[in-house]
Every structure is written in structure tokens, then in C-alpha cells.
Design a protein around this ligand. Structure first.
Ligand code: GLU
Length: 449
């Protein structure tokens, strides 16, 4: 970047800091994107003239609301609900809802901001948004989850619509929660509007492969990065952090493609099983019984549970962080590279700190940032919307093929864009620039709104 361009981008960033005090994750996500956009502004002076970057950094609408609910004992609780409708240049706002005690405006804004570019990369007609609440679902009964979801939707419904804003799941929100949210939306509006939420159950408008999509998609993306280096998953030792929906289906696809996943984790600790993880058991513990991952060792005496362990200490060739933001720091990244890791694909959103990203890029390993690597989830949500709009339901094989084609396409787009802008095999640059340009062009076309 020329010094003038650097100054321009820095000034935009300083303004973002000033206007959004304390929202550190949002600052991090913005910095990572706009740092790479200098060469685009040189090629497209109209983006600077129309202040596209400044406009993209300001959400179109931010909704914050009270969510009161009663627990099973009758005690009243108050949570805070959020929906940040970030950008609708390419389609209705689209992005998940996160239920986790760490949620505050800065988390939802970082996720919503990333979502704009991720959704653009999918090539599907979807804008970017995100929502959630600081509600902690851990240990809550089904009835408590239902009452919370109903209260949340009682405010949110007025902002949604299949052509307006279409939420889905994220951390703490899966099929059960989407069911309660959909039921309440239907009840309040008196409309069976299937396309208003994605991640629905298969009997009532959901799409096959949506459950598997983020993990499968991330693994397809890594497979493409490996192919570009004349390599494959065959025989590779892999780590997948987390043990939720993304992690489970990442492990499944890694195993299908011939890799061996030896460890996964939750917020309490790490399971290490040298001969390869028993995925059926993990599914039973996590999806059916909603238990913690430490119970795995009750069934496999040769596996190890490392309480408060760091999964990135375990040597691997492929690492797929699939838990949460900033789970790989600079030191972890150095350790991974030193231990022989050659590829990292992010199933989670922004799981690597800026220091960690720097280590991966300098080591020139294949590094697939979340907004490209984990786009398969939201892409399959867009496929669910397509099926809802045409009142159709596709087969598993057909939908998975579509997902694979989309991931191959995203990989190619990032790869080619990085090369075009003089940063060969840098998927960070490729994803940011390719994702940005499409949104920016649409915003120019729509005028100053
Ligand atoms: N929460 C997912 C993501 O981070 C999926 C969003 C969606 O399907 O709308 O992309």
C-alpha cells in the first residue's frame, strides 16, 4: 500500500474505533478486512468517492431489546437481545443467532461484519446480519429454552421476513431453538413463512445437509487448499477444536476423506484419542444426551481427557478451529507450525488472533480464514431458502454436491483474487477483496442509501 493509501485506511479505522468504543472484537474484524483493501481502492476510485468502506462499517440498523423470561422455579430473568442488520446490498440480512453469556454488542457486530463478506463469497443473494443474546443455555431445561426463545421472538418477529431478515443458528442455537423460534413467529404473524428462518427441522421446511454444512464445507475448503498444493487429507493427523455442530461434521468429513482426527474439545478440556476419535460416541454424547466431552473416556480407556488442556499443543498436520473467536493466539500458531502443521481451516468465526494469522501467513502454510472456509453453513441456508421459495425438497446427494461446488467455487475465487492482486496463495487477501468488491459494486449501483 502507498503511504497515502495507508493513511486513508488508517483514518477510517480510527473513526471506527472512536464511534464504537470498547467493541474490541468488532475493531479486530474491521482492521483485518480494511488493512487488505488498499489495492482495491487504487483500482476503483469510485469506492473511495462513495465512501463505501465507511458505509460498510456502519450497520444499516441495530436492534437491542429486553428479553424477560421465567425459569422452571418461577424466577424471573432478564436478558438482552440483539439483531444487527448490517448490510442488505446483496439480499435480505442473513446470519445466525448466538446464545452465549459472552454476547454483547461488540461480538454481534464482529460476526455481522464478517457475515457480509462471507455471504458475498458464497455467490448467493444474501446480505449480512447477526443476532443473539447473553442468555446462557447451559444446564437449562427444554421448557426454559422454549420460554426464552418465545420471549426473544416476541420482540424480534417485527424485524424479520423472508425478504427482509432471515436468522439461523450459531453457538447455542440449533434445531430445537429454531423450532421454538419458528413456532412463535408463526403464531404471532399467522403466516407459515418457511423462508423466515433457516436450519429448520426436516419435517417442516428444513434442508438436508444444513446440519452438516458448516463442517463439511470447511473440510471441502481445506481439501481444495491441499489440492492446490498437490496434497490431500489422506493419512493426515488432524485436530478439530470444539465438539458442537461444526466440529462434529468437520470430523465426519475428515474421516470420509481419509484423514484421522485425534482430538476435540469443549470449554472445560480436551479429548485426545491417538487411534482416531469415535464419532458415533461423540454424536451420542453431544447431540442426543447433551453431555460434556469428558464423558468420552468412560467408553474408551485408551483415550485421554486433559482438563483445561490446550488442544493446539498436540502435534498435527491439519488444524480446524471450530469452537469460537480468538481460540488460537500467536504462541499457539507458532507451536502448530513448529509441530508440522501445514494447513489450517477455520470452521469457527475469527478463531485466530491477528498475531496468530501473521504466524500462519509468514510460515506460508495453507491458511483458510473463516469467512471463506466456514461459508458452507450459510450457503446451505441459502439453498434452504431456495427450496422454501419453490416449495421443493432436494435429496441429500444433490444438496451435498451443490455445497461442494459452492466451496470449490469460493476456494477458486479467493485463490485467483489473491493472485490477481499480487498476494499468491494468501486466502486472507483473496477472501477480503473478493467478498468486498461484490458488495461495493452493488452499493454503488444502489446510490447513496
Ligand atoms: N451462524 C452461521 C455462520 O456463522 C450460519 C448463518 C446462517 O446460516 O444464516 O455463518
Amino acid at each position: 500500500m502507498s503511504p497515502q493509501m495507508e493513511e486513508k485506511v488508517e483514518a477510517i479505522y480510527q473513526e471506527v474505533l472512536r464511534r464504537n468504543p470498547g467493541e474490541v472484537e468488532f475493531h479486530q474484524a474491521v482492521r483485518e478486512v480494511i488493512e487488505t483493501l488498499g489495492p482495491v481502492l487504487v483500482k476503483h476510485p469510485e469506492f473511495s468517492e462513495r465512501k463505501i468502506i465507511q458505509r460498510i462499517c456502519e450497520p444499516e440498523r441495530q436492534i437491542i431489546f429486553r428479553v424477560p423470561w421465567q425459569d422452571d422455579k418461577g424466577e424471573v430473568h432478564i436478558n438482552r437481545g440483539f439483531r444487527v442488520e448490517f448490510n442488505s446490498a446483496l439480499g435480505p440480512y442473513k446470519g445466525g443467532l448466538r446464545l452465549h453469556p459472552s454476547v454483547y454488542l461488540g461480538i454481534i457486530k464482529f460476526l455481522g461484519f464478517e457475515q457480509i463478506f462471507k455471504n458475498s463469497l458464497t455467490g448467493m443473494p444474501i446480505g449480512g446480519g447477526k443476532g443473539g443474546s447473553d442468555f446462557d443455555p447451559k444446564g437449562r431445561s427444554d421448557d426454559e429454552i422454549m420460554r426464552f426463545c418465545q420471549s426473544f421472538m416476541t420482540e424480534l418477529y417485527r424485524h424479520l421476513g423472508e425478504h427482509t431478515d432471515v436468522p439461523a443458528g450459531d453457538i447455542g442455537v440449533g434445531g430445537r431453538e429454531i423450532g421454538y423460534l419458528f413456532g412463535q413467529y408463526k403464531r404471532i404473524t399467522n403466516r407459515y413463512e418457511a423462508g423466515v428462518l433457516t436450519g429448520k427441522g426436516l419435517d417442516w421446511g428444513g434442508s438436508l445437509v444444513r446440519t452438516e454444512a458448516t463442517g463439511y464445507g470447511a473440510t471441502f475448503f481445506v481439501s481444495e487448499m491441499l489440492k492446490a498444493r498437490k496434497d490431500s487429507f489422506g493419512g493426515k493427523t488432524c485436530l478439530v477444536s470444539g465438539s458442537g455442530n461444526v466440529a462434529i461434521y468437520t470430523i465426519e468429513k475428515i474421516h470420509q476423506l481419509g484423514g484421522k482426527c485425534v482430538a476435540c474439545s469443549d470449554s472445560n478440556g480436551v479429548i485426545y484419542h491417538e487411534k482416531g476419535l469415535d464419532l458415533d460416541l461423540i454424536k451420542q454424547l453431544k447431540e442426543v444426551e447433551r453431555r460434556r466431552i469428558k464423558d468420552y473416556v468412560e467408553f474408551h480407556k485408551d483415550a485421554k481427557y486433559i482438563a483445561s488442556g490446550n488442544i493446539w499443543d498436540i502435534p498435527c498436520q491439519v488444524a480446524m478451529p471450530s469452537a469460537t473467536q480468538n481460540e488460537i493466539n500467536g504462541k499457539d500458531a507458532q507451536k502448530l507450525v513448529k509441530n508440522g502443521c501445514i494447513a489450517v481451516g477455520e470452521g469457527a468465526n475469527m478463531p485466530t488472533t491477528p498475531e496468530g494469522v501473521k504466524v500462519f501467513l509468514e510460515a506460508k502454510i495453507a491458511y483458510g480464514p473463516g469467512k471463506a472456509a466456514n461459508a458452507g453453513g450459510v450457503a446451505t441456508s441459502a439453498l434452504e431458502m431456495q427450496q422454501n421459495a419453490s416449495r421443493d425438497a432436494w435429496t441429500f446427494e444433490y444438496t451435498e454436491k451443490k455445497l461442494e461446488e459452492i466451496m470449490v467455487g469460493i476456494h477458486r475465487l479467493c485463490y485467483d483474487t489473491a493472485e490477481e492482486y499480487g498476494f499468491p496463495s494468501n486466502y486472507v487477501v483473496g477472501a477480503n477483496i473478493a467478498g468486498f468488491i461484490k458488495v461495493a459494486k452493488a452499493m454503488v449501483a444502489h446510490g447513496l442509501i
